[in-house]
Design a protein around this ligand. Structure first.
Ligand code: OOG
Ligand code: NI
Length: 475
């Protein structure tokens, strides 16, 4: 085969993400409005704050950047989805136990992991998998499993392309790439004719609304696509001005001078028309029965710096304390409590970095030997520890925050909850359960990547090349 004919996985991912965004705009026009709001806000922020966006990421990446979410029913579905995303350079990163929030599911995030791919397009898909063992009613569980066993969400041509790619060192040429994207979109599109009857749908929905969404349809529809905003407060106000029904609170940390992790909010899932299969006993079996379903919503997010395990422990502690003491408060009361508690989360770059709370990259910005030796007084035999602080103080080495590329399980749970109708078991009542990483990895057919290891390696790698650079200038 001619090497030059193969599409680079980064390009395949961008083509797929773009096609997905077009499809979702057609399906949910309000998503198009959201993208417009976010791009207007981003432009304003950039023009008001100087040319550079207030993030380490380039504007080009920012405009492309989206994450989406899908909900899968079976381990086999997850296994195939893993193969689909692998061709686009996306790997499963992290394990999210959603049972802590009363959801019978666990999740991972498919995303690129190497720095150059992340810089080109960090497209991510938050992917949940049903855990039938956490469904309490035997009848509902059996019904869900039967419906899932009867569906096939992957077209033959898609399966064919996966095989072809796997015989070509996991690559596709342009023409194959086009077929692949077209067929992959079918898996994630909206199919408003349910594979269930109204009664079956109701049984699942009464058990847990998420169960009806997972098991009653012939596709695993993408349920949102999220653009990244530079100012979530401003974007949220713009959403309200356009009369979108917006979730009551922004999830995640409060607004800060040095943003960490991610803040998210959404417009509430739309009530959409669907059709149910007529029951077997119905007179005219071909007739479809009108109904409606709520699953798809629009979300925006603001991303900050990735935090170390110590930074994460502090985040979890403060958020936990805030939510515990705010249990009976209004959404505004909860926000005020979160702001109050987070006063003890350092918010200067120096404290965050020296306290080992965030991940960042070292960048050498002086390459002149004269400057290093005579102006910055850097010793010729450069060591690591103290010298590094001196290099930073002298402006020879600069530190750049590393963007958080992942998700937050409690924010995800908050997003889920606000999109489920208020029903019996939906209000954060924890299920009796434990995480089950082994089961998720067995379904994937591989292990999940540890996000912390990626951030730590990026930080360490930048330190190494920075020191090598300085040593070579000084030698
Ligand atoms: C996924 C919700 C989680 C996020 O951004 O945390 C999520 C879902 O509703 O399927 O997308
Ligand atoms: Ni999301």
């Amino acid at each position: 085969a001619n090497e030059a004919l193969f599409v680079h996985p980064d390009d395949l991912r961008t083509a797929f993400a773009t096609a997905m965004s077009h499809m979702y705009k057609e399906e949910v026009p309000l998503y198009g409005d959201l993208v417009q709001i976010v791009s207007d806000v981003n432009r304003e922020v950039i023009s008001q704050n100087s040319i550079e966006p207030p993030t380490a990421d380039r504007l080009e990446r920012l405009m492309l950047e989206r994450h989406g979410a899908i909900r899968l029913g079976t381990p086999e579905e997850l296994g195939t989805v893993r193969r689909i995303f692998a061709l686009m350079g996306m790997q499963p990163v992290g394990y999210y136990d959603l049972s802590v929030a009363g959801l019978p599911m666990h999740a991972t995030c498919f995303r690129p992991i190497c720095e150059s791919s992340l810089a080109r397009n960090p497209f991510r898909i938050f992917t949940t998998l049903l855990r039938p063992e956490l469904v309490q009613s035997d009848a509902a569980r059996d019904l869900a499993l039967r419906l899932l066993s009867e569906r096939n969400i992957f077209s033959q041509q898609l399966m064919q392309m996966l095989k072809v790619a796997e015989h070509q060192d996991h690559r596709l040429d342009c023409q194959q790439g086009e077929v692949f994207i077209r067929e992959a979109l079918r898996t994630f599109c909206w199919a408003p004719v349910a594979a269930a009857t109204r009664t079956e749908y109701e049984i699942l929905k009464n058990e847990h609304p998420i169960l009806a969404d997972i098991a009653c349809f012939q596709t695993c529809h993408i349920n949102h696509l999220t653009p990244r905003t530079l100012d979530i407060g401003r974007a949220q106000r713009a959403m309200q001005e356009q009369h979108m029904v917006v979730k009551e609170r922004i999830e995640g940390p409060p607004s800060r001078r040095f943003p960490i992790l991610l803040r998210q909010t959404s417009f509430i899932a739309l009530e959409e028309r669907i059709q149910f299969r007529a029951g077997d006993g119905a007179a005219a079996a071909a007739d479809l029965i009108n109904g409606s379903h709520k699953a798809r919503f629009g979300e925006i997010e603001e991303r900050g710096t990735a935090v170390t395990p110590a930074g994460r422990a502090l985040y979890d502690k403060l958020l936990g304390e805030a939510l515990d003491s705010a249990q009976h408060l209004s959404p505004e009361g909860v926000d005020a409590m979160v702001v109050e508690k987070f006063r003890s989360y350092p918010d200067t770059w120096d404290e965050l970095r020296k306290g080992g709370l965030v991940y960042f990259k070292y960048r050498c910005i002086t390459k002149s030997r004269h400057h290093l030796v005579n102006v910055a007084n850097i010793p010729l035999g450069l060591g690591e520890g103290k010298d590094l602080e001196r290099l930073i103080d002298a402006g020879v080495v600069e530190t750049v925050p590393i963007t958080y590329e992942d998700f937050l399980p409690f924010s995800a749970a908050g997003i889920f909850q606000s999109n489920l109708r208020h029903g019996s078991r939906t209000n954060q009542e924890p299920l009796q359960s434990r995480p089950d990483l082994d089961a998720l990895e067995a379904a994937l057919g591989r292990s999940v990547v540890d996000a912390d290891e990626l951030y730590a390696a990026a930080q360490q790698g930048s330190l190494q090349s920075c020191l090598e650079m300085l040593r070579s200038v000084l030698s």
